[in-house]
Design a protein around this ligand. Structure first.
Ligand SMILES: Nc1ncnc2c1ncn2[C@@H]1O[C@H](COP(=O)(O)OP(=O)(O)OP(=O)(O)O)[C@@H](O)[C@H]1O
Ligand SMILES: [Mg+2]
Length: 291
C-alpha cells in the first residue's frame, strides 16, 4: 500500500512564479524519505501540499490511493493520519505552556485524559524536554521550541510524520535524540518524510532520497541518489562525507565497490577493526596497517 502519493502536481503561489509543475512522488508505507534541494526549490511547498495545507493547481495528492479532500472533514481525517512539523516552530506553537501545546492535538482527538498524559510524557521524554513541561513556550530558546513542535506531532502518533528541516537549530545531542525517536517510530511502522539540507544525515537516516532541482524531482534509493555528485552540485549540495570516505577506503584497499558505505564515525572506524582487515588478503592490505 502507498500511503502518500503526489501525482502530476502543479503549484504556484498567488502572484508568484510556478514552484512545482507535473511533479510525481510516491512515498511507500513505512519508508523514510529525505527531501533535499536548494533554498527556494519548493521543499516546503511540496510538504504543505502533501499535508493538505496547500491545494494543488493541478494533479492530485492521494492518501492510501484516495485523493485528499480539502474541506474541513477531509482535512480533519488527513491530520489524524499525517502530521507536519513546520520549518519555523513559531508558526506551529501557540499555547502558553509546553505541556499545553503538546497536549493540544491528542486532546482534540478526544482521547481520555490518562492517554493524553501518557502520550505527552512519552513525547517530551523522547525529545529530552521533560524538564521544560511547565515552562512558557515564548521564553524558550529556538532549539527548545523546535523540540516542542516535534514533540507535539509525535504525540499524535501519526501514520505519516512529515518534518520540514527538523534538525536545523538542534544541538548534536538533540539531533541524535531525534534520530533515535524516528528510528523507534519507524520500527512501529510510521512513514517519515524529512526535508533537510544535510546530505550526511540523509545518507545515514533515509531509505529513499528525493532531490528537487530546477523544478524536477530526482528520486531513488538514498545511497544511490546521494552518490550522484553532478545532481548534488546542481542542487547546491556538497558530496556526502560517507561517499568521500568510501573512496579513500577503496583507494587504500580497505573496502571494495560492494562494501557498505560508512555513514557514521563508528562505521568508518569498523573498517580498520582487526577482524575486518582479515577480510582482505595481505597483498591488499595497505603497507602502514601491515607494519
Ligand atoms: N507564501 C508565499 N507566497 C509567494 N511565494 C512564496 C510563498 N512561499 C514560498 N514562496 C516562493 O516559492 C518558492 C518555493 O519556496 P519554498 O519555501 O517551498 O522553498 P524551500 O525549498 O522550502 O526553501 P528553503 O530551503 O529556504 O526552506 C520560492 O521561490 C519562494 O520564494
Ligand atoms: Mg523550506
Amino acid at each position: 500500500m502507498i500511503p502518500l502519493q503526489v501525482r502530476e502536481v502543479g503549484y504556484a503561489y498567488e502572484d508568484g512564479p510556478v514552484v512545482l509543475s507535473g511533479l510525481t512522488l510516491a512515498i511507500p508505507a513505512g519508508r523514510a524519505l529525505a527531501l533535499l534541494g536548494p533554498n527556494g526549490s519548493g521543499k516546503t511547498t511540496l510538504l504543505r501540499l502533501l499535508t493538505g495545507g496547500l491545494v494543488p493547481d493541478s494533479g492530485t495528492v492521494e492518501l492510501a490511493g484516495v485523493p485528499i479532500r480539502h474541506d474541513r472533514k477531509g482535512l480533519t481525517a488527513l491530520r489524524r493520519a499525517v502530521q507536519l512539523v513546520v520549518q519555523d516552530p513559531d508558526d506551529q506553537l501557540f499555547s502558553a505552556s509546553v505541556v499545553q501545546d503538546v497536549s493540544f492535538g491528542p486532546l482534540n482527538l478526544g482521547l481520555p485524559p490518562d492517554e493524553v498524559r501518557a502520550r505527552v510524557a512519552t513525547a517530551l521524554a523522547a525529545l529530552g524536554i521533560t524538564d521544560l513541561a511547565e515552562r512558557p513556550v515564548h521564553l524558550l530558546s529556538f532549539g527548545q521550541r523546535k523540540r516542542v513542535a516535534i514533540a507535539g506531532a509525535i504525540a499524535m502518533r501519526p501514520e505519516v510524520l512529515v518534518l520540514d528541516e527538523p534538525t536545523a537549530g538542534l544541538d548534536p545531542a538533540g539531533q541524535e535524540a531525534l534520530l533515535v525517536t524516528l528510528a523507534e517510530l519507524r520500527a512501529a511502522g510510521t512513514t517519515v518524510v524529512m526535508a533537510t539540507h544535510d546530505v550526511d544525515l540523509a545518507l545515514r537516516w533515509a531509505d529513499d532520497a528525493a532531490v528537487l532541482a530546477g523544478g524536477r524531482l530526482h528520486t531513488g534509493a538514498a545511497a544511490s541518489v546521494l552518490s550522484d555528485t553532478a545532481l548534488l552540485a546542481a542542487a547546491s549540495l556538497r558530496p556526502t562525507w560517507g561517499h568521500a570516505a568510501a573512496a579513500v577506503l577503496r583507494s587504500h584497499g580497505l573496502s571494495t565497490a560492494d562494501s557498505a558505505l560508512p555513514r557514521t564515525p563508528e562505521e568508518l572506524a569498523s573498517f580498520a577493526a582487526p577482524e575486518r582487515l582479515g577480510e582482505f588478503s595481505d597483498r591488499e592490505k595497505p603497507t602502514d596497517l601491515r607494519a
